[in-house]
Structures are given as C-alpha cells and as structure tokens.
Design a binder for this molecule. Sequence first.
Ligand code: BTN
Length: 324
Amino acid sequence: MTLDTLILKSLRESETVSGSDLAEQAGVSRAAIWARIKALRLVGYEIDANPHQGYRLTAAPDGLHADDLLARLKPVKTIGREIRVFNKTASTNDIVEKIARDGAPEGVVVFAETQTRGRGRMGRRWVSPAKKGLWFSILLRPNLRTESATQITVSTATALARAISSVIDRKVEIKWPNDLLIDGKKIAGILTEMSAELDGIKYLVVGIGVDVNLSASELPPELLGIATSLRMVAGKKIDRPALAARMLEELDHDYSRIVAGQFRELAEEWENQCVTLGKNVSISIGDQRISGRAESLDVDGSLMVRTSHGRLERIIGGDVVVEK
Ligand code: BTN
C-alpha cells in the first residue's frame, strides 16, 4: 500500500486522524506525512489540519486517482488489485492488451480520464470526453473455454447494473450481452476482447464505458434518443470516484462467482434484469441475420433464439436489435 493510499484510507475510516498515528501506522516521520498531505491538497483533496485533533478530509476531487480508488476499496480478490490512471490515452483496451502481452497478472485495471480513440463493439467509435465518464479496462485470465467468454460479459453486466442501481436508485436493464440501459436508453457498454489458444482463453481485456456526467450536448448527435447519462437520468452530478470504486467491488465479487463455477446463480440475476429475453430480436453477425424469439441464456452465456422455423440457435455475439 502506498503512503497516499494509507493516508486516504485512514481519513475515510475516521473523522479525524492524528499525524503521529498516521506516522506510526506507516512507519515514517510526521514530517513525511505532512509532506504527503500538502501534495494531496495540491491535487484537490481538502484536508483540514488541526493541531489538537489532527487531519480531517472534508472534500475529494472529481478526478480519478489510483491511490484514492485503492483506498476506497474493501479487500478485493482479483479485480482492482492494481489500478492505473491515465489522463489521456488512445484506448484503455490497447494499454491493457499491451500489459497482458508483457505477462501482467489478472485483475489489473486501467482507467483514462479521456480516450482519443475509444472504440465500441462492431468497430464503432466510443466518445470519451474528459472526466465525464468512467472509461476503463480490466485484464482477466479466467480458466474458461473460449465459447464461455460470454460468461464474463454477462457477469460484468450484472455487476455494473448492481453498482449503478445502488448509486442512483434506478432500475438498470441489460440488453444481451453488453448494453446497460435506463428507461430504454443506453448508459454503458462493454467491449470484451480475447486472446485465445486451442485449449482455452489466454486472456481477456474487458473494456467498460459508462456515460456518467455527460450533458445532452456531449453525446454524439447520432446517439441522441438512444443513449443517455447517469447525470441526465438522476438530474444531479454523480460522484465518479465513488461509483468507480463501487463498480470494481461488484465486478470483483461477480468474477469470483464465475471462477467458483457459479454462473447459473448469476445468470438468474441477469435474466431478471434482461430486456432481451422473451422478446423478438434480430441479430446481425457479419453478413448473416437471424430473427426469432430470445428464449433463454445457456450455461456458457450464449443467447438461445428460437427462429420462425422452430430451430433453436445459439448466439455468442453480434448486434442485437430488440423488436418492440
Ligand atoms: C459498446 O460498444 O457498447 C462497448 C463500448 C466500450 C467502451 C469502453 S471505454 C473503455 C474501453 N476502451 C475502449 O476503447 N473501449 C472500451
């Protein structure tokens, strides 16, 4: 744990903390603590210093800081063990892809305040204005067959839906496999990219984009009417670092369930929130188009679609349109 993480964690856990307690916990001098308090103030943390009572955190900046995100997390098993925050990058998926190839362990999370070449599914661009959303990617190395990679997208969606509902107290719907909606409009998407070998998944890069504090004018014009932001829905600004920490905890929790082979339980939760099941859908997979009724979720996370000919098709990816 870095010194900043230890300081911020202590300040969040108690109303006031004395410099000598912090120094003792960290095994450093009080002067070293004071130096870090001054540095934290420079990046926007408002910390009162009272000679009798000690330090008190009164406000935190809206910007993401790795040490602060780590300080906010309860102990995690995998996701969020290591967090990196970039101010600007082309795509967080590319950064994680690179560190995956360099052999980084699973659970590393990379955030960027803005992306210049954020990408969505189907080669679409993903607009990522600075400090308006949560744009991040996670490295995972699950022991799964490649066909089961959809399990990870499904568990990511349930975790994000739970985290978002807890912050804005609204029902979040899931559109298979990767869209999160409120009132039928998209607020978040997941882009899972995989590196695989014959015997299974080598690693997955799970990219997550959440439209948090965007205003209508910051959404791409072509998305008006089909996308929204949490701020627009809630009618107030959302605390991004708090939401980010909440998401990481839920993601870690649901990933642990997948690793423990509990996909079925998770799938039930998913099914309750899913707007795709029971509906007529049409799915484009490259040049192919399949239409039918979305019946259920299979054990590997695929969508089972009954076509008009009565055949049950297993869908593992593609662009799904839910017909009204
Ligand atoms: C979708 O099409 O719905 C998926 C969007 C995924 C966007 C996120 S933002 C962070 C990560 N980096 C990217 O370039 N894309 C994903």
